[in-house]
Design a protein around this ligand. Structure first.
Ligand code: ZN
Length: 161
């Protein structure tokens, strides 16, 4: 799923563990794989490759590459901001931030794997590919269903607070 959705779900999970940052980190990280297993929509990247066997070692500095990084960066920042805005209280700020961050981390590691496909990173990537839904949703239904999913998780998590 997109990074914003991962961050909202990570923040939601962390909001149930507001005084346990380490548990929030683990739960956030695990939530990434759990929701990637659900058929979903992802926005297309023009230059960065993330599929099986992807290699970004020869990524050029082009408009397409910069646009990709800008989009991913915006997605991540928006996600972190949304998660904090929806769930953070004075006492839980760091737990929520850590939960949202670690929920997005597997996709950053996925990128690092395209540069260095070895060891533990490779094992994690194999798991990521394996669990990631092979059914891609597209168009308005794809976007709408993901928005509805993130919203539902947010409402559900807030009702537990
Ligand atoms: Zn993922």
């Amino acid at each position: 799923m997109i990074l914003s959705t991962h961050a909202v779900v990570g923040g939601a999970v962390a909001s149930l563990l507001p005084s346990h940052p380490a548990a929030a980190a683990i739960a956030g990280f695990a939530s990434h794989f759990a929701i990637d297993a659900i058929p979903h929509w992802d926005y297309p990247l023009r230059s960065i490759r993330l599929g099986k066997g992807a290699n970004n070692r020869r990524l050029s500095v082009s408009t397409a590459t910069l646009t990709d990084f800008a989009m991913v960066g915006f997605d991540a920042c928006a996600g972190l901001g949304l998660a904090l805005w929806m769930f953070a209280t004075e006492g839980s700020f760091w737990a929520i931030a850590i939960g949202a961050f670690s929920a997005m981390l597997p996709d950053a590691l996925q990128f690092v794997h395209t540069l260095y496909p070895h060891g533990l990173l490779h094992a994690l990537q194999r798991f990521h590919w394996w669990i990631h839904s092979k059914r891609a949703l597209t168009g308005v239904f794809g976007v709408g269903s993901q928005l509805a999913f993130a919203g539902m998780i947010a409402v559900l998590a807030r009702s537990f607070q």
